[in-house]
Design a protein around this ligand. Structure first.
Ligand code: NAP
Length: 645
């Protein structure tokens, strides 16, 4: 059982004045929900003041200053009464009231199918609803003798460890780095920060009330996962600087024989009953396929391998690529570098977000720590705004005529909105606008959060934006397709990752010597992106098709997948089975369903390249599903889809 901290961390001791000052900075809709928990009186929802529809990151429900002030006054009275009676709470609201509260806080219809998912994700009844529990007694020795290897100690690997601890099953996490956090450990380039709101981008059972920014920086993210690994006693099971080289299934004994290599090159072979790959999609750097990359005499590195020994002051830097990583690092390095030349192959659509670099006000941190369930509702508010609300916008309208610029009328409307945002920033600079205005439909690539820092950087005197293709790197710098060459001291390759080469470069061999990469080729057939035929007791988290492109948080997705995997282990151990293997017909059916949906998404549009597609242009990394559907499908494995031995 996890140590859960809801409804709040601390008892209120402050005087009325201090409380009044603190709640100046609260989210009013979340505060109203906390008021209902404190007072037990839900009639607040029937009064005149109601939040508008949650949308575009708005956390104040579009309420007027007057209405906000009115609610704060009502809240002060309720909070002081709650404090004065020793911070005791009345009975928790019933499910029907919770549903009404959900609809009220987001000013929107929350369909019945979402209630349980959101109760779970917010832990609104003060307990971790996704915690593991056995259905029937399993002998401790059987649990201990069932050994699991988890590959990677990023967010999903640590999560797997937490749940395996709850189950009492033995496990080892092999982590190639020296620390916890995976992508959050590796990507420490200047300006790296999360672009999903942090009060939602955290484990459902481990809220962090101390996020310093709404979208915190990499060190805070890495520290959070490290803290979780400590708190939930996962670290003792992590073997750092240990890479998985290969895994081979032994059918006779239903074991995986895994070759692990440590930093000093020593290889060992260990036997495991099951393997969970938490290797993720974004950890194998991709360099551009251009001439002369090794001839450069200056310093060159990938954005995820930042060379912190270098002082950029006064240096000439070339940045190749303008994806999410470059988008964050260019504004930061432009502050100190002598000159930055940015090579852009395609521009980005960006989403205006004033809070992107904003710190979390002290009063809000106080509210998160002291007001019961405030943090849980604040999480819900963010979840709802980014979850399935935008899902339908992903799909191409077959009757829409202007497919060159948009996939549907709504997508075209988004294009106009985003274009206006770019125009406003470019002002009179038509040349800049032409360079930074995408021609592909909005959402075709990952839409980036922006507070003006990207164009602010491009407009600096020490930054040049080049939109010609890079053709070569020579001893002294970069050459583009026009033949123009620039001399630089440093080249940063912000050129992304081999996302669709799942589990590469590991060699995974299943039943009858079948190689996973040969079976999958460039177009994996799996069930739910988690299991695959011929590979019994082998599971992926954040595997094929399980990236999120339209909203939600990968942590939510990982929690769904890890629960499903643990339920598979439960089936094995409670029933004395040795192995569980996905049936080919199940993965075939899922593949057909996935392909049909993914082919209709904006990501499949021919107008642009993105890392969601494989080499032949098919979307393979990213999920086309509503979050609610994936949550439903992963609550329990459908055992008719598996062969049990
Ligand atoms: P990316 O999105 O794949 O971007 C790679 C960039 O390099 C693109 O601009 C691409 O151009 C360009 N490029 C690739 N090959 C090139 C070549 N030969 N010549 C010129 N340009 C070339 O990679 P990323 O920026 O590292 O981001 C990857 C993903 O990581 C993101 O989508 C996101 O999911 C995650 N990420 C998240 C955060 C966050 O949460 N804050 C931050 C960073 C990354 P094209 O667009 O034309 O292909």
């Amino acid at each position: 059982m996890t140590d859960f901290t809801a409804p709040c961390e601390e008892k209120i001791t402050q005087d009325d004045e201090a409380i009044a000052a603190a709640i100046e900075h609260t989210s009013i809709p979340a505060l109203m929900m906390s008021m209902i928990h404190m007072s037990g009186d839900a009639s607040l929802m029937d009064a005149e003041i109601k939040p508008g529809m949650a949308f575009m990151g708005e956390i104040q429900g579009f309420l007027s200053a007057e209405h906000q002030s009115d609610i704060r006054q009502q809240a002060l009275k309720i909070i002081c009464e709650y404090r004065d009676r020793g911070c005791t709470l009345p009975e928790a609201p019933e499910k029907s009231v919770i549903h009404k509260m959900m609809q009220f806080i987001v000013g929107d219809d929350v369909a019945e199918e979402y209630i349980d998912m959101m109760i779970e994700d917010t832990s609104i009844y003060g307990k971790d609803e996704r915690t593991f529990s056995w259905n029937k007694p399993v002998n401790d020795n059987d649990k201990k003798n069932f050994k699991v290897l988890v590959i990677g100690a990023g967010q999903s690997g640590v999560l797997a460890g937490i749940r395996l601890n709850e189950a009492g099953v033995s496990y080892t996490i092999a982590e190639k780095n020296t620390g916890v956090g995976g992508t959050w450990w590796e990507n420490n380039y200047p300006g790296a920060r999360v672009d999903v709101a942090n009060h939602f981008y955290s484990y459902s059972f481990e809220p962090n009330h101390d996020w310093p920014e709404h979208y915190s920086r990499q060190p805070q993210l890495a520290a959070y996962f490290d803290r979780c690994a400590d708190k939930y006693d996962v670290k003792k099971n992590i073997q750092f600087e240990t890479e998985v080289i290969s895994a081979t299934y032994i059918s006779d004994s239903a074991h995986w024989s895994v070759v692990l290599r440590t930093a000093n090159g020593k290889e060992t072979t260990e036997l495991y009953n099951a393997v969970i790959s938490s290797a993720g999609q974004l950890n194998r750097q991709k360099y551009p396929d251009i001439e002369g990359i090794n001839s450069f005499k200056g310093k060159a590195f990938h954005s995820s391998r930042w060379n912190w020994d270098l002082d950029l002051k006064g240096k000439r830097v070339a940045v190749i690529g303008t994806g999410a990583s470059a988008f964050q690092l260019v504004p930061e390095i432009a502050k100190s570098a002598g000159h930055v030349t940015v090579y852009q192959r395609s521009p980005n659509w960006m989403f205006p977000n004033d809070r992107y670099h904003e710190t979390v006000a002290e009063g809000k941190i106080w509210s998160l720590k002291n007001l019961p369930y405030y943090g849980r509702w604040y999480r819900f508010l963010h979840f709802w705004m980014t979850a399935d609300k935008t899902h339908q916008l992903l799909f191409t309208d077959p009757n829409w005529e202007h497919k060159d610029r948009a996939i549907s009328e709504a997508n075209d409307f988004t294009r106009i909105m985003f274009t206006d945002y770019l125009k406003a920033q470019c002002g009179d600079d038509a040349e800049l606008l032409e360079k930074v205005l995408p021609t592909y439909p909005p959402m075709g690539k990952r839409t980036l959060q922006d507070n003006g820092s990207w164009l602010g950087a491009l407009k600096r005197e020490n930054v040049t934006l080049v939109t010609h293709s890079v053709t070569a790197v020579n001893e002294s710098g970069v050459v583009d397709e026009t033949g123009a060459a620039i001399e630089v001291d440093i080249i940063v390759y912000a050129t992304g990752f081999h996302a669709s080469r799942f589990l590469w470069p590991m060699k995974i061999t299943g039943k009858n010597g079948i190689d996973l990469h040969e079976q999958w080729q460039d177009d994996p057939k799996t069930n739910l992106g988690i299991t695959t035929p011929n590979f019994p007791n082998f599971f992926c988290v954040y595997g094929p098709g399980n990236n999120l492109g339209h909203g939600g948080s990968l942590i939510f997705y990982s929690e769904c997948q890890v629960r499903y995997i643990l339920e598979c282990f439960k089936t094995l151990l409670e029933n004395g089975h040795k192995s569980i293997e996905c049936k080919p017909e199940a993965s075939e059916a899922y593949y057909q369903k996935f392909t049909e949906a993914a082919d209709k998404t904006v990501w499949a549009h021919e107008g642009m390249d993105n890392w969601y597609k494989n080499k032949s242009g098919k979307v393979v990394t990213t999920s086309p599903w509503r979050l609610i559907d994936f949550w439903q499908w992963t609550k329990q494995p459908d055992l008719s889809e598996f062969t049990l031995d």
